[in-house]
Design a protein around this ligand. Structure first.
Ligand SMILES: *Cc1c(COP(=O)(O)O)cnc(C)c1O
Length: 365
């Protein structure tokens, strides 16, 4: 069996530990005589899975007691609408646009109120993050929205906007669990799980309790579609209807991996920093490849680079795939290459990539 190094931005690699556990449980989950894919979501086995997954997530991420955790379908993109529908109580919110996903989030919010673009890094093709301390925030904003790690452009916020009385809402899809997070700095954290947690099919939202029971200005709470109403869904412990059972189970296995195999998010961060440092150090030490991102805002998870020409980029990706290094093509908005090196990418994979890059450089420089 040959496993490849998959650098896809998502869905992406899962740790072998998680895959093997799922495999071992597949035909007969803990004596139930069935797989998690087959069992009722109201069965005692699944109720335990849901409860344990949430409890483990609280331990691993350090989620304070005054926050609720919800497991939803619809991906991170549905959260772009759920956030304003449920939280835009003043009819306006501040959006910091640092890439394609934050732009989409703002566009979605504009359907329910005013999505004010408080700052943007579009002027330099999203290669940096605006100075969050220099931004003039709207004191009447219901919340400030950021996309904390920009999956497509390979940037990450080095500092968080913190405005008294205005909750911070963050899309953390491509960085959640990659490093410790101080949840108390946020009113709401949300993420699609297919980048760094589990297979595709679920989004998670972590919400401060005092933000529940509300709705966008002009939209009565009872008019929010049921499946988009945080308050209804969280009151039912994510079991208002059939939840994404398999994703919840796989998320639980990932929490077990982070807690017991890795030793928590401090340890995970160290591993991720070492991996990213290998790649960035190589990029900084030559001038065949270019990384366009301003250094303080480099992502730990998504590393973008280009070769001297689009033709060579294409050749690079094709040859890399032949060498077992898959999905290195950059997003169409950026071109070039992107290596997504999430938690599950082994250090070996990054070393192999750097070796391949050097070999390719020598052949084409
Ligand atoms: C992938 C991604 C999304 C979109 O996620 P879906 O689950 O496909 O809706 C949104 N935000 C960020 C930061 C992402 O990386």
């Amino acid at each position: 069996m040959a496993r490849v190094y998959n650098f896809s931005a998502g869905p992406s690699m899962l740790p072998e530990y998680v895959l093997r556990k799922a495999q071992a449980d597949l035909l007969d989950y803990q004596g139930s005589g069935q797989s998690v894919m087959e069992m009722s979501h109201r069965s005692p086995w699944f109720e335990d899975i849901l409860h344990n997954t949430e409890a483990a997530m609280r331990r691993v991420l350090g989620v304070p007691d005054n926050y609720k955790i919800g497991f939803f379908q619809g991906g991170a993109t549905q959260q772009f609408a759920m956030v304003p529908l449920n939280l835009m109580t003043t009819g306006t919110a501040d959006y910091i646009v640092t890439g394609n996903f934050s732009k989409k989030a703002a566009e979605e919010a504009a359907k329910f109120g005013i999505a004010r673009i408080a700052a943007s890094s579009k002027d330099k093709n999203f290669t940096y993050i605006p100075d969050v301390k220099a931004i003039e925030y709207d004191p009447n904003a219901s919340y400030i929205h950021i996309c904390q790690n920009n999956t497509i452009f390979g940037t990450k916020f080095a500092e968080l906007p913190q405005v008294a009385g205005v909750p911070l809402v963050a899309d953390m899809s491509s960085m959640i669990f990659s490093e410790p997070t101080d949840v108390s700095k946020y009113g709401c954290i949300y993420f699609g799980v297919q980048k760094n947690v589990a297979p595709a099919g679920m989004a998670v939202a972590i919400l401060r309790e005092d933000l529940l029971g509300r709705s966008a200005k002009g939209i009565p709470a009872e008019n929010i579609p049921t499946m988009m109403n945080y308050t209804t869904l969280l009151k039912a412990d994510s079991m208002y209807n059939t939840p994404p059972c398999w994703c919840i189970y796989m998320t639980g296995l990932m929490m077990e991996y982070l807690e017991h195999e890795i030793g928590g998010l401090d340890a995970m961060k160290k591993i991720n920093e070492e991996k990213a440092a290998l790649l960035y150090a190589y990029l900084d030490g030559q001038d065949f490849y270019k990384n366009p991102v301003e250094k303080p805002f480099r992502s730990l998870m998504n590393v973008t680079f280009t070769s001297p020409s689009p033709e060579l980029d294409k050749e690079f990706c094709a040859e890399a795939a032949g060498a077992g290094l898959l999905n290195l093509k950059g997003h169409r908005l950026v071109g070039g290459m992107r290596a997504s090196i999430y938690n599950a990418m082994p250090r070996e994979g990054v070393i192999k990539l750097v070796e391949f890059m050097e070999q390719f450089r020598k052949a084409h420089a």
